[in-house]
Design a protein around this ligand. Sequence first.
Ligand code: MRU
Length: 362
Amino acid sequence: MKIDGVSHRTIWPTTDGAVEVIDQTLLPHRFAVRRLETLEDVAQAISTMVVRGAPLIGATAAWGMAIAMRADPSDAALDAAHGRLLRTRPTAVNLRWALDRMRARLAPLAPADRAAAARHEAASICDEDVAVCEAIGEHGSTLIAQRHRQTGGTVNVLTHCNAGWLATVDWGTALAPIYKAHDAGIPVHVWVDETRPRNQGASLTAYELGAHGVSHTVIADNVGGHLMQHGRVDMCIVGTDRTTRRGDVCNKIGTYLKALAAHANGVPFHVALPHSTIDWTIEDGVREIPIEERDATELTHMTGRLPDGSLATVEIVAPGSPAANYAFDVTPAHLVTSLVTERGICPATAEGLAGLFPARGG
Ligand code: MRU
C-alpha cells in the first residue's frame, strides 16, 4: 500500500542479511523503519509489538529463522530459534504455522544449505501472504458491493483493532475488502473502534485508511452498540488471530462484545482470515485458545504526541490500582455470519471450513 505516494510492505529483507520493518509503536506520529539484525532483535520486535497482527507476526518470525540460520545453521540453532520465536506471543497461530513451515523446510537440508533456503522460504511466505490477502479482499468486497446494490448508498462498515495492511505483509485481512471496494468506486465508510488498551484502531487503522483516502470515523470502543441500534452499521468486518476448525474466532479483546451487539441488532458480522490463521487442532476456542495477558502498564498508561511534536507517556489510573490486561477474546462461531478467506466465503462451521480447505478440514 502507499504512504505519501510510495509503495510499502510492512517487512522487507536487506541485501546484507538483515530485515527491515515499519516500527508500529511510533505510528501514527512517526513513520520510522527499524532494522532487525539478530534473532533476539526479531523476538523483541514481535513481543514489544514493533510488528504485530497475526499474519505479520508469522512473516517476521520466518525472517527471524532466516537470520538465525545465517548466524548458525546447526540443528541445535534451528530448534533454539524455533523455540525462542514461538515464545514471543501465544495467541496468534500464524506464528506457529510459519515457524513449523520454516523448520519443516530447513531440517532435512545440510546445514550449509540452510541460510539460503531460509531466506527463500521467508520471502515465499511474505509473497504468498500478499496474494492471499488480496484474494480475501476480492471475495470480501462482494459483500460490500452487494450491500451497496441493496441500499444504493454508502456502506458503513465497523471494524475492531487493526487488521489492515499493517497487520499483514500487504493489503490486510478485514480491511482488504474495504480497499478493494473503495478502489472499485463503491462508497464505503468505516467506523474505527479505538481498541483500547493499545489503540490499534485509533493509531493504525485510522492512519492506513486515511493514507489510502478511505472515509472513516474513529469511535470509542463502547459506541458500536449504539450505532447498530440506530441502523448506522451495515456490517462488521474484523480479523482473527486464531480460528478453530468449527469457526470460533479469537481476535483482539472487545471483538466478542461487538459480535454480541451485532447479533442482537441483526447486523452481519464477518471475519476475514487467511488459511494460516486456522488452527485445525482445536475446536472449542473459549476453552482451548491461550489468551495473551500483557503488561498492565499498557492499560494504566497512554502514549501520545504533545503540541511540540514530542511523544510522551502519561499515567491515567490511580497509582497502585491493580489492572488486568487481557489482549484477546473468543467469539463463538454462532455469532459469526461468515468467514471470508482467500478461497471464498463460507459459514462459520466445521463443514464450511472443510468445504473450502478439504485437505486440512477432512
Ligand atoms: O495484538 P495485535 O495488535 O497483534 O492484535 C491484532 C489483531 O487482533 C488483529 O485484529 C488480528 O491480527 C487480525 S488479522 C490481521
